[in-house]
Design a protein around this ligand. Structure first.
Ligand SMILES: Cc1cc2nc3c(=O)[nH]c(=O)nc-3n(C[C@H](O)[C@H](O)[C@H](O)COP(=O)(O)OP(=O)(O)OC[C@H]3O[C@@H](n4cnc5c(N)ncnc54)[C@H](O)[C@@H]3O)c2cc1C
Length: 364
């Protein structure tokens, strides 16, 4: 689409993404007196409300999610979250739809932002639903659209099926097959639990899993977030959530131990046409390799702004580390320390306040 000649709609702020992070940011911009459509606009690539929750696998229900925290101003439990057996991919979109309606956030979707680039004082936001010229942006594009699969020799040669957590649908899809589950995070454990009840599994991780005894209280939560925040303030890429929180020794995990499913193996060194091989020469034939190897932040559209350090990370600053040090017009919400529903809530408030102050917008 030739965009150079077309006029861009001028706004103060564009919010990219309408998951927990984007909706929280939009809510707080509105609380500060900014009007959707006049002062700011929310652009969301997803076909319907719900952020990435709309794509989650059916067996992820409200009883198996960690916890979906309320968005500011509206109770999840009162608006979809009452029945624990409901799929998260149904309950959360329902809640987000009610939320957008209730607070009149006027999200534009589906609208994919393809490029954000500099235009002097302003930022040019090119999307498949038009051009926008903003004085600042709040990026809230999550991670779901950037599944990460590490490169191993021979990966292309594997004749069996390979998929990432993002493509998982149901354990029954693997009946009668030998599934190799790769990864040590919360999703890896959840999927290993489900698949091992249907068929044969083998579990490999880079490092031994760190199981955590006792409740994950607020203190532990704050400490975990601080670790990630320190990394992004230093311009390092945020590491995985589980690397700072550890894995909760839940009843499900204790039951997996009982069943002998948690016999973890070290990472293999290469992939063969029929399976994997370790450096010591051992090999294993499998039918499926399931990469539960996490996600990266979906930030490709911001590349022209050159926000990254040589380390590959982005140096963050400001309250709750939402502001990009290299370009204070840009805030990342749902990135690094705020990559959780509660983190997204808090970061949305911090980003809205900081950006409106930086742009000297009159706040009510
Ligand atoms: C399996 C799984 C389970 C989880 N369980 C929990 C849990 O129980 N509790 C918890 O707190 N957290 C959980 N998380 C983390 C959770 O993803 C985050 O907490 C939070 O929901 C992320 O919200 P977000 O708004 O940052 O991202 P998303 O929900 O991913 O929303 C981003 C939105 O941006 C849109 N978008 C992306 N790129 C563009 C673009 N270029 N242009 C326009 N729009 C774009 C997407 O379409 C999407 O609608 C889980 C994550 C996973 C993967």
């Amino acid at each position: 689409m030739d965009t150079s000649s077309r006029l861009a709609l001028k706004l103060d702020i564009v919010v990219i993404g309408a998951g927990q992070a984007g909706l929280s940011s939009a809510y707080h911009l509105k609380q500060l007196g900014l009007q959707p459509g006049r002062d700011f606009l929310v652009l969301d690539r997803a076909p319907q409300p719900g952020g990435a929750w709309q794509y989650r696998w059916p067996s992820l229900t409200l009883s198996t999610v960690n916890r979906v925290h309320d968005l500011p101003g509206l109770s999840f439990a009162d608006n979809a979250g009452g029945d624990a057996s409901v799929r998260a991919s149904v309950a959360v979109p329902h809640y987000f739809a009610a939320y957008e309606e209730r607070f009149g956030l006027d999200v534009h979707r589906p609208a994919s932002v393809n490029v954000v680039c500099n235009r002097g004082e302003r930022l040019r936001v090119e999307s498949d639903r038009g051009l926008f010229s903003a004085r600042g942006i709040i990026n809230a594009t999550g991670t779901w659209e950037k599944p990460f699969i590490p490169d191993y020799p021979g990966r292309e040669s594997f004749t069996g099926r390979q998929l990432h957590t993002q493509q998982f649908h149901a354990a029954e899809d693997f009946a009668g097959q030998h599934v190799l589950v790769v990864g040590g995070g919360i999703s890896a454990i959840q999927l290993l639990d489900q698949i091992s009840q249907v068929t044969r599994t083998t579990w490999v991780t880079r490092t031994p899993p760190r199981f955590r005894e006792g409740p994950f209280d607020q203190e532990a939560g704050r400490a975990a977030v601080k670790l990630v925040e320190d990394r992004v303030r230093a311009g390092l890429s945020p590491n995985s959530v589980v690397s700072v929180t550890g894995l909760p020794l839940s009843p499900a995990i204790l039951a997996m131990r009982e069943r002998g499913v948690l016999q973890r193996q070290d990472m293999f060194s290469e992939i063969t046409p029929t399976g994997v091989r370790w450096a010591d020469g051992r090999s294993l034939d499998v039918d499926v390799i399931l990469w539960c190897t996490g996600f990266r932040s979906a930030l490709d559209h911001l590349a022209p702004l050159q926000l990254r350090e040589e380390s590959g990370g982005i140096t963050m600053t400001g309250r709750l580390a939402t502001q990009v040090a290299r370009d204070p017009r840009v805030h990342l919400v749902g990135y690094g320390p705020s990559a959780s529903t509660i983190g997204a809530n808090r970061a949305g408030a911090a980003a809205a306040r900081a950006l409106t102050a930086f742009l000297e917008l009159p706040a009510s």
